[in-house]
Design a protein around this ligand. Structure first.
Ligand SMILES: [Zn+2]
Length: 197
């Protein structure tokens, strides 16, 4: 049925041209501004009553939009030795994954590195702005292969498991902080992305 196939192709072409015409796109009203997150966990809400120039300048500081929302991987392979919650009379803000020093540590989602370097208690940490505006914290890492401002993708090796800082044995300590800077349960956050430790 070559005629019918040809007619379908012509029809599809017409529809395609009609829907993506530049004239139509330009005629649509401008979208309202979306909330954005600036370096340092500063949130700019959707509707900020600032002069347009100032609003635009502020949003220009936002971290780049991250593609592939929702794609997530385990931060490291190994044995979960401590979960999120009460531990030893205090609150454990992350999940501990024990493995040998040198085991790869991976970016959990696409994101941007906020910090990589020494940190009290964590020994050495890597903080990553994750694809949903949360911050992933990777503690006690032995080596870091990333630097501040670097884009990373889910599953990219960013460092290695270590035993630095306040650590009782080689493991990765992984935390997730919400946009407000408070730790949230990483098990639940990961499970929502189909990742089960
Ligand atoms: Zn821990």
């Amino acid at each position: 049925m070559p005629v019918r196939v040809g007619a379908l192709a012509a029809f599809a072409g017409t529809v395609g041209l009609g829907t993506i015409s530049a004239g139509e796109a330009a005629a649509k009203p401008a979208k309202p501004e979306a909330p954005v997150v600036l370096p340092g966990n500063i949130e700019v809400p959707a509707n900020l009553n600032l002069p347009p120039e100032l609003d635009k300048a502020l949003r220009g500081l936002a971290l780049p939009t991250i593609p592939r929302p929702g794609v997530a991987v385990k931060p490291a392979s190994g044995t979960v030795t401590s979960g999120y919650g009460a531990r030893w009379g205090a609150h454990h803000d992350g999940v501990d994954i024990a493995n040998r020093i040198g085991t790869p540590v991976y970016a959990v989602t696409d994101g941007v590195v906020l910090e990589s370097g020494p940190a009290s208690g964590y020994g050495q940490w890597i903080r990553v702005r994750q694809d949903d505006g949360t911050t992933g914290i990777f503690g006690h890492v032995d080596q870091s292969f990333v630097r501040e401002g670097q884009r990373v993708t889910a599953g990219q090796q960013i460092g290695t498991v270590g035993n630095r800082g306040n650590s009782t044995g080689p493991h990765l300590h992984y935390e997730v902080w919400n946009a407000g800077g408070s730790p949230i349960n990483p098990h639940a956050w990961l499970a929502n992305r189909g990742v089960h430790l």
